[in-house]
Design a binder for this molecule. Structure first.
Ligand code: IP8
Length: 260
């Protein structure tokens, strides 16, 4: 199973380098209590990764020398956020190992090209939780770029034929309008692949500082996963107990996406 926790859940996206340590700690406790096995944990960048990535246009690739410090900074800030997650995991006695994307993944034009999955297989066999995150990575065409946690989640779920992908965000799921802007936005409880494609056509790029496309970016990345027959569950990871419930296979309000 793949669990992706969005950056907006674990950081305050209106600030810079603003972690929500109480939320990180709660989520880790819920992971521990769920006793989930064969799990890969991925987290997003929030106010650690996106501001420097945007400021230095890291996703667009290396065009001038001045961006290099931004590449280094983006990756470094992500290791700091990841460190907070790792601190909480170890503190709660979860055997977990941080797998740094920029050290083991190469992309080509923004898409994962090389990755040695033996590492993650070995960790999971040992029952050690692999933890990855959206990162600034080296790219064979662009020099460097941003690899989103959502692309990682989609890629790894297909590579390991995951049972399902759990996407924890800071709203209840996918809506017919932005629930943060429109009070009457309607939550989709269930979507088929066909309906997801239609919804994608109606969604807009985020106006915010999210360099990886916000909800639309998630939907784009996860379409091939659903196409492959792997169910995707959007749920609200900001709400207490939802993470442990989804990990146990219990129902929580959210959006379940299935092929048919
Ligand atoms: O928050 C992007 O990952 P995401 C991470 O999962 C960076 O889209 C470094 C901006």
């Amino acid at each position: 199973m793949i669990l992706k926790i969005g950056g907006s859940v674990i950081t305050d996206k209106n600030g810079e380098l603003a972690p929500k340590t109480d939320v990180i700690s709660r989520i880790v406790e819920e992971i521990f209590n769920s006793e989930a096995e064969n799990l890969i944990l991925i987290h997003g960048g929030g106010s650690f990764g996106h501001p420097p990535a945007k400021q230095y246009a890291i996703k667009e690739g290396l065009k001038k020398d001045g961006q290099k410090i931004g590449f280094a900074e983006t990756h470094h800030f992500m290791t700091v956020l990841n460190g907070l997650f790792m601190d909480a995991l170890i503190w709660h006695h979860v055997p977990a190992l941080s797998v740094t994307p920029s050290s083991c993944i190469l992309t080509e034009d923004g898409r994962i090209k090389r990755f040695d999955d033996e590492l993650l297989s070995m960790l999971m066999k040992m029952n050690v939780l692999p933890v990855l995150y959206g990162d600034a990575v080296l790219d064979m065409k662009l020099g460097f770029t941003i690899l989103s946690g959502d692309q990682l989640a989609a890629y790894l779920s297909m590579r390991f034929n995951a049972e399902r992908v759990l996407v924890g965000v800071d709203v209840d799921g996918l809506y017919d309008a932005d629930p943060k802007a429109e009070k009457n936005a309607k939550l989709f409880v269930h979507l088929t692949l066909k309906e997801l494609k239609e919804l994608k056509g109606r969604m807009h790029e985020p106006a915010s500082g999210d360099v990886t496309g916000g909800m639309l970016g998630k939907v784009k990345e996860l379409l091939p996963v659903v196409e492959k027959g792997i169910p995707v569950d959007f749920f609200n990871a900001s709400k207490p107990n939802y993470v442990s419930k989804v990990l146990r296979g219990e129902e929580v309000p959210g959006t379940l996406i299935e092929k048919e």
